[in-house]
Design a binder for this molecule. Structure first.
Ligand code: SF4
Ligand code: SF4
Length: 454
């Protein structure tokens, strides 16, 4: 945003790229790709209290920008009202991925007592009834949820029954490694609505990064599962974690995914040096290399009619929080901790103080949520993150992850991941405007990364 722009135009952004400029005001439904001179003239015109003299050709855009913006996205108010309940049926896992953030399988491998599963479902059922939501919605995460087979089946059976009583549909999704038997794969295809499946590429990459708990390769079993999903019509996203050693191969990996499998979407997120990754040789990709490889992979995806989804690059949504953390998220850990973030995966977790909302009380068999903690989570929304004010991605990226990118109330200057997010958001907006040829030319150079981040 131009520092001269007055308060009335704080939601209008000018993102300059080479000799062009994106004029962007998502709260006014305006996105225009103009030449740099036109962008500068409009910017100056808006910065003046009195309208400046503009070329006639720019007047229609100036008029569009003069419309009243809608209100920025904000966290919910009032009683805690999660749109979904998320379960971590277990923190255990049948894989030992080299970069696993929670190092799943190395420590707590217990499973969720069925009474906690039931309490979570009943709590959410009451929320759906009280707020008249359109569905009883559940998501599964982990660990690897399908390792807690009895819990997953119980959640589905009980959830369907409760949804029937509500006369609402039951919707269930999961993040999974898909390293499962054909029996489980068929069951998942018949009982789940959508899955995010982790796959890092062809066997030469995937088997190195994502071995089983016994050290064997897992690609063949995952591919078999995906074939079952395709045969039974279950939709899924393929999620690939991008390390430095494979970043230049992203276009080939995208091609492999599109040709060998049938994903609806693909997701390429950069590896984070955390958890088990700290004990491995895997490195985070260079930011410019990552951005340029994603743009090249995006062209492959478009040619195959497959979408690309990202955690932080999502101009398709206006939100105050990248994940659900500030928007009333109910995550239940195996030991009954209730939190707003998946990383708070047990009561002693280092993230529990930051994200806990309450807990299941095994004595009274009640799930207790502390409304004061709910209000605290809502204060983690992007409007309370100084680093994001003035960024044209602030209602799309919305600060990114509150652990790995922008902690609550973050006052740090935007970092290298912000540079990637901004450049890729520009790229996505151009695609959404139908300017694919221009989008394909978007690049991030090394020397630009610091300037964009500052
Ligand atoms: S400043 Fe960074 S974290 Fe904040 S919205 Fe922009 S890109 Fe996202
Ligand atoms: S804060 Fe980060 S780790 Fe927690 S749920 Fe959100 S994106 Fe995931």
């Amino acid at each position: 945003m131009c520092p001269d722009i007055n308060e009335a135009h704080h939601d209008i952004f000018f993102e300059f790229y080479r000799d062009k400029c994106l004029v962007y005001a998502p709260l006014r439904n305006v996105a225009a790709w103009v030449n740099r001179t036109a962008g500068e003239m409009l910017q100056q015109s808006l910065g003046n209290a009195l309208p400046g003299v503009l070329p006639v050709a720019l007047e229609p855009l100036r008029e569009q920008l003069a419309q009243t913006p809608r209100k920025p996205p904000a966290p919910p108010e009032g009683t805690f009202a999660p749109r979904q309940v998320s379960f971590l049926p277990t923190n255990g896992c049948n894989m030992r991925c080299l970069y696993c953030a929670p190092a799943a399988g190395d420590r707590d491998t217990g499973v969720m007592p069925l009474e906690v599963c039931e309490a979570g479902l009943r709590y959410q059922t009451e929320v759906v009834r009280q707020f008249n939501y359109g569905s009883l919605t559940v998501s599964l995460f982990g660990g690897e949820p399908f390792c807690a087979w009895d819990q997953v089946r119980y959640i589905v059976e009980t959830g369907k029954r409760l949804a029937d009583e509500l006369a609402r549909p039951f919707i269930i999704t999961a993040d999974t490694n898909a390293f499962m038997s054909p029996t489980k794969a068929h069951w998942a295809a018949q009982n789940m609505n959508y899955l995010v499946v982790s796959l890092d590429g062809p066997p030469s990459i995937h088997d190195l990064n994502r071995p089983s708990a016994t050290g064997s390769g897992t690609y063949d079993a995952v591919a078999r599962t995906l074939d079952i999903f395709a045969a039974e019509g279950l939709g899924y996203t393929l999620r690939c974690t991008v390390s430095a050693g494979m970043v230049d191969l992203l276009p080939e990996i995208a091609g492999h995914f599109c040709q060998r499998f049938r994903p609806r979407n693909m997701n390429f997120e950069p590896l984070m040096r955390t958890g088990r990754c700290l004990e491995s040789d895997l490195k985070t990709p260079g930011i410019p290399q990552y951005v340029n490889a994603v743009v090249a992979a995006g062209k492959v995806a478009r040619e195959h009619g497959v979408g690309l989804k990202f955690g932080m690059v999502r101009p398709e949504r206006l939100d105050c929080s990248s994940c659900l953390v500030a928007c009333d998220h109910l995550v239940l850990a195996p030991d009954g901790l209730a939190a707003a973030c998946y990383a708070a995966d047990h009561r002693e977790s280092e993230y529990a103080p930051l994200f806990s909302l309450g807990a299941y009380d095994f004595e009274t068999r009640t799930l207790r949520i502390d409304q004061k903690r709910v209000e605290l989570m809502r204060s983690y929304a992007v409007h309370d993150i100084p680093r994001c004010q003035g960024c044209f991605c602030q209602w799309h990226c919305a600060g990114g992850c509150r652990i790995h990118h922008s902690p609550p109330y973050c006052t740090d200057a935007p970092g290298a991941m912000c540079a990637a997010t901004r450049r890729l958001t520009l790229w996505r907006i151009l695609q959404d405007m139908g300017l694919s040829a221009e989008a394909d030319q978007i690049r991030l150079e090394e020397e630009e990364t610091n300037a964009l981040a500052a």
